[in-house]
Design a protein around this ligand. Structure first.
Ligand code: F3S
Length: 271
């Protein structure tokens, strides 16, 4: 059994940055035991669990918090939530990825210039919720600005844009806010799909970019499995296969990918 691992894995820039910000906040004794992350700081349950053992508690909303520091996750947060944190005079620690922030800036500019903003993405995802909060309802206008969730697949985004163009808008401005790291991982997955007959996608089950990688693999008709840890690997995944491809999401630690590869080697050696 050959095992091919995508040449780009481990944390993306924004995830690494968010974790560093969180770790640094723990060093501030002023907020000892009073540091909260609003939602998962990154979409990887194992990493979130490690941070919570170190003292960063995940909360869903800030209503019961009266003192301490609130970390905004790498996905950003809706404008009303930020305002609430400020109003309560809690310390705000912003770990929003700069590439997500770039999309925020575009949406804000479009709104000021009188464009109605369309966001291509999953409306339940925290990143999209934050973008929607900035876009507001928009004016009744024929001027449209289109922005994508950073983890979208480019070909899906192009389809959405073509659909939008079928409408009678007088002006459509399209922004490529898809993160390069995401596109790169997707391209590498497609490359491995040309060579491999089974694909292992490693990453949080709640991670949008990992789920997208898994979707890309399944759409190609190759047997593909989305796992978070090596414990989920089963021997029968590899029966009758000659090449296993391993890809990972942007919030998957490098060590987890290595552990997965090690386990595949053991399982396929045992026959
Ligand atoms: Fe940021 Fe891209 Fe990672 S948007 S969080 S660098 S996947």
């Amino acid at each position: 059994m050959r095992i091919k691992v995508a040449t780009h894995s481990g944390f993306c820039f924004g995830v690494r940055r968010a974790i560093n910000i969180a770790e640094k906040s723990l060093a501030d004794s002023k907020y000892k035991n009073k540091i909260y992350s609003l939602g998962a700081i990154i979409h990887n349950p194992q990493v979130v669990e490690t941070l919570s053992r170190k003292g960063i508690k995940v909360i869903r909303d800030i209503s019961s918090i009266s003192e301490g520091a609130i970390i905004i996750s790498s996905h950003g947060a809706p404008i009303k939530t930020i305002e609430k944190i400020r109003k309560k005079k809690l310390r705000l620690i912003d770990a929003t990825c700069p590439f997500v922030k770039y999309a925020h800036d575009i949406v804000e500019d479009l709104k000021v210039e009188g464009y109605k903003v369309i966001i291509a993405g999953d409306r339940k995802h925290p990143e999209v919720k934050a973008l929607l909060s900035l876009a507001g309802k928009g004016r009744k206008t024929g001027k449209i600005g289109v922005v994508s969730q950073t983890t979208q697949d480019k070909s899906d985004y192009i389809k959405r844009i073509l659909d939008i163009l079928k409408n009678d808008f007088s002006e459509v401005r399209v922004f490529n806010t898809i993160c390069k790291d995401t596109s790169h991982r997707q391209a590498l997955a497609r490359r491995l799909l040309d060579e491999c007959d089974v694909m292992i996608v490693v990453g949080g089950k709640n991670s949008a970019n990992t789920k997208k990688l898994w979707q890309i693999c399944r759409e190609r008709g190759v047997d593909s499995y989305h796992i978070e840890t090596p414990d989920e690997l089963k021997k029968n995944f590899f029966e009758g296969k000659s090449c296993a491809g391993v890809v990972s999401g942007a919030s998957t630690p490098d060590l987890m990918v290595k552990d997965v590869v090690r386990k595949i080697k053991i399982q396929t050696k045992e026959g």
